[in-house]
Structure formats: structure tokens, C-alpha cells
Design a protein around this ligand. Sequence first.
Ligand code: 5GP
Length: 199
Amino acid sequence: MNHDSKNIMVILSSPSGAGKTTITKKIQQKYQSFKISVSHTTRKPRPNEIDGVDYYFVSQERFKKLVSEGKFYEYAKIFDNYYGTLKETVNEMIKKNDIIFDIDWQGTQQLSKFKNLKLIKIYLIPPNKDELRERLIKRNQDSPQEVERRYKAYDKDIQHWKDYDYIIINENLENCYKQIENIISTNKDTSFKFSQKSQ
Ligand code: 5GP
């Protein structure tokens, strides 16, 4: 992949319900240079989700075909569904934009193997487990069984915090967002200087 050294890739991971999606959208609104990587998934759309905006919703057959054709940079099975990031989309986007990925720890591990990618890996943690359950219930997007399942996955998910460059506790959305902004501007600045020097 031709990775322009001044464009960065920010990965935001967290246990389900830690507030990632809201933050991802906020970053894109604030920074014109950022594009969100829209993943493919076999999960059914939630009532408020739009195909091509939140995800590309595809069948298992379609997903498996894309896997067999080697089209994904990374993909993972999460809560019985597949999620993946297409190589072609990322390769095109990074030529002109910074990219933000909302992917899990499995995808992060796979992307990390590509040593030429300038990844900034951020892991968001909810302040405590009770708060996590509250958020999962409040967002009112999944069945009670699905909420329980996602809640239970927390302990396993959180073990992967060590794979990340930054860990942020999302106690307050505004503070959390500010910390991410700081991380982005520091890294953008460094990569800008780097690209200037290397020209
Ligand atoms: P949800 O079903 O709540 O939209 O997402 C479930 C999990 O899948 C979240 O942790 C999200 O970050 C992760 N996810 C979404 N897209 C991708 C992807 O393309 N690759 C991987 N590895 N994880 C993804």
C-alpha cells in the first residue's frame, strides 16, 4: 500500500457500549481530513442504521466470497456475525485522508501486522461495569439477550488493552473526546513534520 506519511490511521476499540460510535462521528465532523472506514458486516441493520453509512450490510455468502478473494485487510467474527475492512477502500482513502476505524481487538491485531501503516491505537474503557450495562440498555438497540451477551464479553475484551498505544476511561464524553483530540493533533503534527522533512 502507498501510505502517504502525513495521513494517519486512528483505531478506536472498546468493549461494546463504551461510547465509540458517538466519538467517531464527532471526530469526523470536527476534522475535515478524517473519513470513517465503513466496514462490511453480516449483522442485521438496527432500526437507525443506514446501508453504506453505518455499515455495508451483506449476506454470509457475500462476506465469505470477499474473504476467499482476499479482499479484507482484516476481519473477525464477533457475537456470531462477521465484520471486516476492505483493502481497496482503505488504500484509496489514505491517499487523501486520515482514517478512523471503529474495529475490535482482533482487527487491531491484524492491521498491526502491516508495519508500513501509521496506526494510532486507542482503547476506550467504560468507567465501570454497571455503567456499561446502563449504556447498553439505554441505547435501546439490541434485545435484552444481546445486551446481556455484550455485557458478559467485557471481561474478555478488556484483556487486550495492552495491544493499544493509548487507554482512555470514558467517564464523560466531552473529556474523553478532548483527550482523543489531543492525541490526534499531537500525532498529526509529528507526521506532518516528518513528511516535510522527508521531502
Ligand atoms: P456493533 O455490532 O455494535 O456495530 O459492533 C460490534 C463490534 O464490532 C464493535 O466492537 C466494533 O468495533 C466491531 N467492528 C465493527 N466493524 C468492524 C470491522 O470491520 N472489523 C472488526 N474487526 N471489528 C469491527
